[in-house]
Design a protein around this ligand. Structure first.
Ligand SMILES: [Fe+2]
Length: 390
């Protein structure tokens, strides 16, 4: 028996941003609290949205205190602003961090206390109020943040999350037009993040028939379009497919969960400030190189998505071909394939391991148990660029 949860209203496809007008009318909004990346404001990416709001005579407070992987202080500053704003709707526009901050702001606008009081690992308060309604509009194709009820924050040497159904979007709008100007590196990193969501959801111990169907569809779209989207960002079909792939991967992983890749990627972000998508991309092949013996059938299905020849091959060789294809994809889109390329040294592996094994919420969904020894082996392989031999 399984449950499947998703935001109730998801608008997607080219031009779907125009649905905002109807949403504002339905909710009888007077003032919007808009959280966005400073760069998007500077580059004019959100201008059409601001114009739409101005044409509708809505007051808008634009907040650009968004930094990648926001620390608690940044989150609390945004929460302070929303409490003073008297806004009746929160809109988050941008990458995962902008959307996460918008979710946390919307909910904490109507709950006492600070971000740290509600963190998954160390918080002691429980959210009691749903908060302000929120519309989440991604401008990257990758995080799936518009679908999930999670807001991620950076702590001193790792990350923690607020996770509660109150953080779910009332409306998600996934318009690929907003991704047309994404630079290649961001397209690559966010696309690799989306691919990791799909693959980890697919092999999660909490996977269901619904999440499997979505994960395979998302993998198909992403694997077949990520290279074009990176190499030729103007290709509208590739952008549309990446946008959909990310959305669908989000729906899958929100229900099945992500696992070892994300768990071990968190310390790379926390300790070495490696962006989320890149942390996942660099570890993805090494984690699957370790866990494939526990998900052989699914590795064969992933091989089919990659169009790899499987006739006459045994499951071990097919799984290893998939690992190789994952690494090739990461390399093709121009991302590092070893953690040593980020100035991480052999002496850092113990520290990474200590942090990595704390991510029990994620590691426990791995089809193959990931204990301290396994985690250390994966980080060592990712450092040396070598494979585990079974
Ligand atoms: Fe992710």
């Amino acid at each position: 028996m399984s449950q499947f949860i998703s935001p109730k209203n998801i608008y997607h496809g080219k031009g779907s941003l125009s649905n905002l007008e109807g949403i504002l009318t339905d909710l009888q909004v007077q003032k919007v609290f808009l959280v966005t990346d400073p760069m998007l404001k500077e580059l004019g990416v959100i201008d059409p949205l601001l114009e739409q709001l101005s044409n509708l005579n809505k007051k808008v407070e634009v907040v650009t205190d968004v930094v990648p992987e926001p620390p608690l202080e940044v989150g609390n500053k945004v929460v302070e602003k929303v409490r003073k704003s008297q806004a009746d709707l929160v809109i988050g526009v941008g990458g995962g961090s902008a959307l996460d901050l918008a979710k946390a702001a919307a909910v904490l606008a109507k709950n006492d206390g600070a971000i740290e009081d509600y963190l998954n690992l160390s918080g002691e308060k429980k959210l009691t109020n749903k908060g302000l309604p929120k519309v989440l509009i991604p401008t990257t194709a990758g995080t799936g943040a518009e679908i999930t009820d999670i807001a991620v924050f950076s702590l001193e040497d790792t990350k923690d999350v607020i996770t509660h159904e109150f953080l779910l979007a009332d409306y998600a709008i996934v318009d690929p037009v907003l991704t047309y100007t994404l630079p290649p590196k961001v397209t690559a990193a966010s696309g690799a993040d989306a691919l990791t969501h799909a693959i980890e959801a697919y092999t999660s111990i909490n996977a269901t028939p619904l999440t499997d169907t979505l994960a395979l569809d998302a993998m198909n779209r992403i694997i077949n379009h990520i290279r074009t989207a990176v190499w030729n960002g103007k290709d509208k079909e590739a952008r549309e497919q990446m946008s959909l792939g990310s959305l669908i991967a989000g729906m899958s992983f929100y229900n099945a969960g992500v696992a070892g890749v994300h768990g071990l990627a968190y310390p790379l972000g926390g300790l070495f400030k490696i962006p989320h998508g890149e942390s996942n991309a660099v570890l993805l092949p090494y984690v699957y190189d370790y866990i494939w013996p526990s998900c052989l059938k699914k590795m064969t299905n992933i091989a089919n998505v990659f169009n790899l020849p499987t006739d006459g091959k045994n499951e071990r060789d097919i799984a290893l071909d998939v690992v190789q294809s994952l690494q090739k994809l990461v390399k093709d889109v121009g991302l590092p394939t070893t953690i040593s390329e980020y100035n991480i040294t052999a002496a850092d592996i113990d520290r990474l391991t200590e942090n990595g094994i704390k991510q029990t919420r994620l590691l426990k969904r791995s089809p193959k148990p990931l204990d301290r020894e396994a985690v250390k082996e994966i980080y060592t392989n990712a450092y040396e660029g070598k494979r585990t031999n079974f």
